[in-house]
Design a protein around this ligand. Structure first.
Ligand code: SIN
Length: 484
């Protein structure tokens, strides 16, 4: 069984204390996939030291050279898409077709950032002193710590690592413990693309040891994190205490509103896609749907028609349309939310059960689940579930729907289905989220568009697109005084 090592200073290194973490397939938890080696604090310190050293030369390279390496990484990733996707599917359960799409998305993100380094990175400004030439320029921050989740084990790391590198930073990356093997595959791609030693370092391991050592390390200039609100908040307070720059992408409780004038077939399809794709394990997944009372029954019928087409099973099988949840912990969390929904008086309209363990190798399979008779006070309408569970709420009209949709601590994405232009524009203005869709799915993102949320869904920063430059660089203001 393969042992996947850490990548420190351009070398693949075993952990000195000999510890290993076992990785099992969530579709068949008795199947061992491989081992990763949790790094010790000393090994993390070594990775930071290597990143600091390589920063001195990496920042001197031109953006064209840096971009060329990203472009090569994109080609290699594309060429290895099938193998990397299979590894990730076995490691965290996402369907192979979805995982392959994600790997190709990773390649598209790399290509996008390969050229971003050549865009304008400053401005010439007027000066009060006629002998001054005054301008601003963007400079890299130094060593950036990249801390990533398991739900997008390829796309999220790449959308953080690619801009960090192209703007001249070096990186120490701590992936989720659930997807350490996939992370090794990604680091291999960067190595094969010719990234100089120490520019990207990968340290697998726990938040307690690897995460904390990184966050508290004096040579880490900035931390970019995607994950839970609980961990994000702890990380933010440590970063503030040390005056480090930080970026948090956190949870969502993303609503869809369906009005009576909407294309109901489209709305039902995209609501189910938004809720159930990737087994609902997306920060941008649809988890609440507010339906105008006049079309409530008709829309429920359409939702049921859509959801009944889903076939749950091992994501390596082509006919399967929804895979398992990623881990035992995730399985327990999602099933406990389903039980809470029932206890609090919501009505199961579809699903609600785990699949038969005897037939499904004790895999972490849960039926796609739809709850009706939900009110906004219920736990399933308020907390992020991160699983294939949709709460349907009947509302009086658009204004009622908007009020209830906004009544949440989260503000990541939201969607309105309507053909009424006035309501569409009102929603764009008044929906309290970072990403709005009209007649679209709440999930998904394009590399050139800013990604992130309002309220407790982010630290107010944005990822991807040119917005990434805001985080991964600092302004330097330059004044040149001459005698002319
Ligand atoms: C996420 O929702 O977790 C990432 C964004 C996406 O859907 O691509």
């Amino acid at each position: 069984m393969t042992k996947y090592l850490n990548f420190i200073g351009g070398e693949w290194k075993d952990s000195k204390n000999g510890a290993v973490k076992e990785h099992y397939n969530p579709a068949n938890p008795s199947q061992l996939i491989g081992y990763t080696v949790p790094a010790t604090a000393d090994e993390v310190n070594e990775a930071v030291g290597q990143a600091k050293l390589s920063f001195l030369t990496w920042k001197q390279r031109s953006p064209v050279e840096r971009g060329e390496i990203l472009r090569k990484a994109a080609d290699l990733l594309e060429a290895q898409a099938q193998g990397i996707a299979e590894t990730a599917t076995k490691e965290m359960g996402k369907r192979l077709i979805e995982m392959k799409g994600e790997v190709l998305r990773g390649a598209a993100i790399l290509r996008y950032y390969a050229q971003e380094g050549m865009r304008k990175q400053g401005e010439v400004l007027p000066s009060a002193n006629s002998q001054n030439t005054l301008y601003s320029m963007r400079v890299p921050l130094g060593v950036v710590s990249v801390i990533t989740p398991w739900n997008f084990p390829v796309a999220i790391p790449i959308w953080k690592i690619a801009p960090a590198l192209v703007y001249g930073n070096t990186v120490v990356w701590k992936p989720s413990q659930e997807t350490g093997i996939t992370a090794v595959k990604i680091a291999e791609v960067f190595e094969q693309a010719g990234l100089p030693a120490g520019v990207l370092n990968l340290v697998n391991g726990s938040g307690e040891i690897v995460g904390n050592t990184l966050v508290e390390h004096p040579e880490i200039a900035a931390i970019t994190f995607t994950g839970s609100n609980r961990v994000g908040r702890q990380l933010a307070s440590k970063a503030v205490a040390q005056n480090k720059k930080y970026q948090l992408e956190l949870g969502g409780k993303n609503p869809v509103i369906v009005l009576e004038d909407a294309d109901l077939d489209l709305a039902a399809k995209l609501t189910i896609d938004g809720a159930m794709k990737q087994t609902g394990q997306r920060c941008t997944a649809t988890s609440r749907v507010y339906v105008e009372q006049s079309i409530y029954e008709t829309f429920i019928e359409k939702l049921l028609e859509q959801v009944s087409q889903i076939k749950v099973g091992d994501g390596l099988e082509e006919t399967v349309t929804m895979g398992p949840v990623a881990s035992k912990k995730q399985f327990e969390t999602v099933t406990s939310y389903i039980n809470k929904g029932i206890e609090e008086g919501a009505e199961i309209l579809y699903g609600g059960q785990a699949l038969d363990a005897a037939v499904y190798n004790s895999g972490y399979f849960i039926e796609p689940t739809i709850f009706g008779k939900v009110t906004n006070e219920m736990t399933i309408a308020r907390e992020e579930i991160f699983g294939p569970v949709l709460a349907v709420v009947k509302v009086e009209n658009y204004t009622d729907a908007l009020t209830q949709a906004n009544d949440t601590i989260y503000g990541l994405s939201a969607s309105l289905f309507t053909n009424n232009l006035d309501k569409a524009f009102d929603f764009i203005k008044n929906s309290e989220v970072g990403m709005v869709q009209i007649n679209g799915e709440t999930g998904g993102a394009e590399p050139q568009a800013p990604f992130g949320g309002m309220k407790e869904s982010s630290s107010g920063t944005r990822e991807q697109g040119q917005a990434a430059m805001e985080f991964f660089t600092a302004y330097k203001t330059v004044a040149i005084t001459t005698n002319l």
